[in-house]
Structures are given as C-alpha cells and as structure tokens.
Design a protein around this ligand. Sequence first.
Ligand code: BGC
Length: 421
Amino acid sequence: MKLQNLLRVSALAISAAAFATAAPAADVKEVQMLHWWTSGGEAAALNVLKEDLAKQGYAWKDVPVAGGGGEAAMTALKAMVAAGNNPTSSQMLGYIVLEYAAGGATGDLTATATKEGWDKVVPKALQKFAVYNGKWVAVPVNVHSVNWLWINKAVMDKIGGSEPKTFDDLIALLDKAKAAGVVPLAQGGQPWQEATMFDSVVMATGGVDFYKKAFLELDPAALKSDTMKKSFDNLAKLRSYADPNYAGRDWNLATAMVIKGDALVQVMGDWAKGEFKAANKEVGKDFLCYRFPGTQSSVIYNSDMFAMFKVPADRQAAQVALATATMSPSFQSAFNVVKGSVPARTDVPDTAFDACGKKGIADLKAANDGGTLVGSLAQGYGQPPAIAQAYHDVVTKFFHGQIKTSDAAVSELVKAIDAAK
Ligand code: BGC
C-alpha cells in the first residue's frame, strides 16, 4: 500500500475508534426489579407491568424474594446494594425509601416527575416518602390499606351473620362461626401479619386519635395507657378464634382458607382481594369486604413504592420508562384492579373497580380530606424501620405466648420502642 493510502486508512481507523469511545453506549433495554410479589394475585398484578414494558421493548429481569411483608426481600436488597449491584428498582415501603435516599443510593426522577406533573396528582401523604430533599426518588404504584375484613359469603349466609359494626359485633360473629363448626378466623402466624392486624385492633380499641398519639407521635402516655393494654386484650381475644395450626402460616394460605369456605374471615390488607380475584371470585357473590369494625371512617394505609436506584447511564432510560409506565393513569387502574389496592393518583376514575375497590377509593379520599388517613406502623408508614421492627417483635411474642400478659406486653412495647429510637 502506498504511504499516502496507508495514512488515510489509519486516520480513518483512528477516527472510527475515537467515535466508538466517544459515543454513549446503547441503552440497555432491561428493567431489573426486586420485589416480594410471589402469591397468585401478586404475580398476576406484576404481569400487568411486565406486559406494559414488554410492549415498549424492555426485558424484565425478575428478582423475586418470597415472604409477605417484604422482610426477606429487604435483607436481599441490602446485600445487593452493599455489593454495588443496584437493581433498576425495588418494591419498598415508606420509611425504608427515606433511609436508602439518605444513604445516597437512590437515583433522581425529578425531571420526569416535573414533565409529567406527578406532584399535582400524587397525594401529599405519599409524596412525603417518594420525594427526598426535593428530589423524586421513588414512584408509588398503589395505595393499600390494612383495616379490612375479608369474608366468605356462603359461610356468612350459613351462619346468618351480618356486617359487624363494632368490635363486640365482630366477636359475636366469630362466636356464631365457631358454633357452626367453621374456623372463625383465618390467621397467618408471622410477625408482620400479627402486627398488621394489631394496627386495626389498636385503632378499634382507642380510636383514630389514640392511634395517632401512640403510633405516629410515640406519645409515652398513650403507649403505656390502659387503652394499649385493652388493645392487647382484644388481640388475645381474636387469637382465640384461630385454628391451632396458624403458627408460621403464610398470609395467602390464610386467604385461601376463606376462599374455600374453610374459615369465615381474615383480617388483612387489601392485597387479600388479589387472591380472591386470582381465584375468579366475585365480591358480593363469593366474598364480602368490610372495614375492620371501629375503624370505618379511617384508612390505615401503606403504599408500594418502586424505589429508583442510582444506575449507570445506559440503564437510566429503562428506569425512566419504568417510572413513566408506573405513573400512567391507565396502568394505575389496570394494575390496582388486579392487585386489590387503589390508585396512587387522585385523577384515576373508579369505573374499572369492583365494589371493594370503589369503596377503597372513596374511603381514601374521605380519610385524606378528613384527617383520618394514617400510616400503618406494621407496614412501614408509621415510624422508621427500627421502631417498626420493635413493634413486630413485641406483638409476635405476645401473640405466640412468649409474653404472657397484656400488662407485660405494654411494658415490653414501651421498652423496645425506647431502645429503637
Ligand atoms: C405489600 C403488598 C403485598 C403484601 C403481602 C405488603 O407489604 O404492600 O403489596 O401484597 O405485603 O406480600
């Protein structure tokens, strides 16, 4: 080759190489997502999201960590983040989002949020957890609430029961089921489930202001009050209606007992409705949903956030696509119809929802307007994780008989919360 040509070729090669290094790497068309949605209803809801993203050409890299309530998932996430292996996003509850944000692990979706006007449609109660130091670090996919009863309609008819309006009514209803030889209460026996039920019991026993004082303000007088003691008494009363095999039972297996008519009622967040849906059961015909008696005008909420992690530049477009898909009004409707929850936007019509969903949407609005929308302590929306953990520990020890009396439970609760502060 002539020298002139040789120079031209190598110049071309050099500029091609320079171009190759200067050009941004192609976007990775993949979303990696850690979550604990492994029950039938949860998996069906997640599919709505997977399909939405697949339509846009994004592959779904699933990181499921089974265990309702997300404790195991959060342990797995901690290890991934510590190893520098951030997922695109993770399902997360309330105060845990703020901890990751404070630790500098989260990304920044503010540009997308501003473009799409999220601050105008996401309830302020949720923005407190999705926005950190003025930056959007997470997107809320739903609003769940924990103060519900899920009842098998055929069993209810058989025992001639009606909606319990007070805690005493509930006890009378459970007695009727017992007399008819049906397991009255389908109970899962894991710390998060017992604590989730106790949220409702405390509100039913003391009212919404007591719940706020004790759990949201950690008022020492409320925490050690006779009302708290009475709440533990009421929890023990409920426990006596469970079958003997509840210890360790997963929440969705307890829901299945109600679906099959092996038990009358489960006290559970409205993710239970996702299980009824997945089993093709219809509200009003096969099952009934009532607010936990004594909490009818309040909503004890949690919300599944998709926390957005810091990811390399070539994964950011996928993260934005996930956030935009999650926040779209049509997705919020389609997903939450299947999940059992209600939309995390105030502008989504309730048309596609069943009667429980319509009630959930109306209750959320009324509670938000009336100051009776309160975070679930059991589900990460009452206090930071260390305190929520202390709460789980004491409630479960009481529930399983390691703490024997309500008096002892109250003093253990006060001690454990003080130590966790
Ligand atoms: C989540 C729900 C989930 C439930 C049981 C809760 O903490 O908010 O989305 O369905 O746990 O797994």
